[in-house]
Ligand binder design. Sequence first.
Ligand code: HDE
Length: 713
Amino acid sequence: MENKDFSDEKLNQLQDHTTDNSGAALTTNQGLKINNNQDSLKAGERGPSLLEDFILREKITHFDHERIPERIVHARGSGAHGTFKLTKSLAKYTKAKFLSEEGKETPVFARFSTVAGSAGSTDLARDVRGFAVKFYTEEGNYDLVGNNIPVFFIQDAIKFPDLIHAVKPEPDNQIPQAASAHDTFWDFISLMPESMHMIMWAMSDRAIPRSLRMMEGFGVHTFKFVNEEGKMHFVKFHFKPKLGVHSVAWDEATKISGKDSDFHRRDLWDAIENGAFPEWDFGVQIIPEEDEHKFDFDLLDPTKLIPEEEVPVELVGTLTLNRNPDNFFAETEQIAFHPGHLVPGIDFTNDPLLQGRLFSYTDTQLSRLGSPNFHEIPINRSINTVHNNQRDGHMRQQIVKGKVSYEPNSMGGGCPFQAMMKDGGFATQEERVDAKKIRARSKSFVDHYSQAKLFYNSQSAPEQKHIQNALIFELSKVTIPAIRERVVGQLAFIDKDLANKVAKKVGVQVTKLEQPNGSIPADADPKTLQSEEREPNTKKSEALSMKNTVKDSIESRIIGFIMEDGVNAAEVNALKSKLEGKGAMVQVISGSLSPVTADDGTTFTPKHSLTSTASVCFDALYIAAGKKSAENLLDEENRPGTLLFVNEAYKHCKAICFGSGTEDILKQSNVGSKKHEDPAIITSEQQNAGDDFIKAVANHRVWELEAERNNPA
Ligand code: HDE
């Protein structure tokens, strides 16, 4: 058992439930071959349809019932299969087998999601992203149901329905879809100071990722590791994308929503189909039990992170997604995650947000998937066979032999029997709880601003500017001035300059809020529980700024090659192979979808036309070399599209490479007014134009030049 390879176990299990229709005749659900799928049974060719048409009835009935309720939150999601490989054993801290044996591979399914929007909403909403991973371990399913932001809006589960009601479309008119920029969300937030740290993250570029493959994942809560000796450590979980953490500009996000609202879903799908498998380093922050109270915040408070300067993240494994689902509904939609799906060696803490989640995730599947047997749906099945005395219920699939469905029993030889801990039986980590029953919040939770300050102060200047702009955008949509004023009052506890800048743009004054705490127990003296204006122990954390992310790869980046007839084949092909050699994906854009004839008579096949796509769907642009091609791109028909492409890419701080003979396009576009050095504008005169372009694409964006690029002369 110890050394068995489980990496293909889930795939094999799913294959037993997978159907391939190739070469097969059409049948009813009872397996009867159908001879006519075009006409219903009628009394005469022009007569009424007959109730006895069981083929019609079966088909329509199934169709009538083919929708299930979407998830209450995280309805919009995309998922993929993959594997988790342990690179460094954590056996010192946990007895979980998938985290103990170095080199061990565990099959996984990951689902990424937005939170607020419906299943059909845009991928580019400004929102938190869900980051949920189901590990199909030999000891049962382990689910890590996290987000791409390491903290949360609220401290106690009892506030979750309020938070979600506030952010979802307003109940009278169902407006707006997949957006937090409206009255009810900000009304709630303005009265919930504990949300301020999360608000800083949610208003940052983290909430508009370039790709699901370029965002971090966090377990958010503090969990427990328990080793063979029963010793406990606290742990925080991290996933760090190998491609770095990158985002798009807000203006870009709004445009992508129109041009390709499936942008993230498509990006994940295409990357996997193209063999550019998304990868993350898996890391842990480990805190010995004795150090529980050594921090300037409470480890149980989900609105706090542990700065990496205080506890470094140890990288111990790799998550790789390498297979798209065969069927979205059967897999991505029906997968059911639960933070309480544990394996021996991992346990939860008393974090009051996590405690509430432990109830919610099974409960919600009962209405979403319709039966307590949702664990039998193939994607949810453990690779361990399930043995217990739970029986029956809607859609039961397992056929359990024998008369015995109770324990203890003698008639079944005592089986299934309780497993000893030494044989992998799960036992909750013992913890002394000697307390009064009380509906209250711990005083250790009443610091709401220090980590909001830490986050804001750790951002680079362009990132801070984006937070300001996001807040201005969001609050400008709030129709009630008192709400705007309260939010700005909250911001003043984080950064006065930020509050002033936002206040000015949203037409309110910065007034100091009298009582910054919104969650005071009824019988407490408010003064004792007010959030103190405390400075965080760690003042600045490099890890919190995306400026410091990995910027060394152009793998899977999409580079648009804009060209027309007369393009210089030699120059284009040289750059194309250089970029593809580094893993980038080149896509040809032209005035139409007709093949482009190059100067040497060869042709390039466009994937897009100037009107069918937009620069926001690309990471960088190459204006393909060739004077004739450039002239054609500036002819009456193509000129608006060509210049819009270049100007928007310029505005969004992307790398643009101008091939030889395309000077007129450069001059006539906004790039022509560039006054300063700009490392992401590359021209063919540069000696190492190709390498410079690759470097600029890897750098993602020149956010530091945003002001200049957005103010062309
Ligand atoms: Fe969830 N959450 N949540 N949540 N959550 C759900 O479960 C809930 C919270 C997260 O791809 C639901 O199966 C409560 C924090 C993800 O299928 C539901 C509370 C974090 C996903 C639910 C929270 C999350 C969900 C909806 C506060 C980050 C999508 C459908 C006590 C650590 C998983 C479902 C997927 C989904 C409840 C707070 C992450 C209703 C009550 C904090 C990634 O059960």
